[in-house]
Design a protein around this ligand. Sequence first.
Ligand SMILES: Nc1ncnc2c1ncn2[C@@H]1O[C@H](COP(=O)(O)OP(=O)(O)O)[C@@H](O)[C@H]1O
Ligand SMILES: [Mg+2]
Length: 235
Amino acid sequence: MNSRPHETTGPGAALTLRAVSHAYSRTPALREVSLTVRPGEVVAVTGPSGCGKSTLLHVAAGLLVPQAGSAELLGVDLAGLDETARAVLRRRDVGIVLQYGQLVPDMTLEDNVALPLLLEGGELAASRTAARDALVRVGLERAGQAVPEELSGGQAQRAAIARALITSPKVLLADEPVASLDAVAAQDALELMLSVARRDGGAVVLVTHDNLVAAMADREVRLRDGRVDRESVLR
Ligand SMILES: Nc1ncnc2c1ncn2[C@@H]1O[C@H](COP(=O)(O)OP(=O)(O)O)[C@@H](O)[C@H]1O
Ligand SMILES: [Mg+2]
């Protein structure tokens, strides 16, 4: 493993965080974190529980505006957009897999997965067909008519991955996306997510505490107490 400084800015970056700091009431979660992710690159964000990984992902997604520093997604400064514009940017170009509560409870799985297409004006039948195809790719072809409460944690996680990928996002942001999957399902889901970068040239940020998952990335950024502790180029 080779440890060298990585260029911290640059035109054409998919994601740029510059000196991002954030605290929840008095708990500091991020302290001057800078990070650039280029198109086609897979970055693993790792570190112990509570080190700020999820906060970083929420900032990158524009779900949280940090108290200091800036976040640029696909060249757009997120603080310069209002909430609606940030939601539109996310819907169009970003796939997000969060840890909890991401499926709409009273919609079938198929419609949950189709939702990003429907919100972008997709036609119902075509969006549902695309959702069924996406469910096949995550091994949930039989669960399309189930509602989220009927699913196991692992099934819900795979459905969230299918939904995040259905718009062919330019940036995929995933928070512990395979934490509730067994080894085989985790490997399949990871390959699917990595294809966003390896096949389609998008950027992928994987938050994980799992070394095996991190080892599949191009670069690992390790956080500790809200700071970048170590950055390693893996390939
Ligand atoms: N909504 C919140 N309110 C208060 N404190 C929070 C909140 N979310 C996270 N924290 C705190 O911020 C720090 C970083 O949390 P988080 O980003 O969730 O870390 P990780 O994902 O690495 O476990 C922790 O100390 C956590 O307890
Ligand atoms: Mg977390």
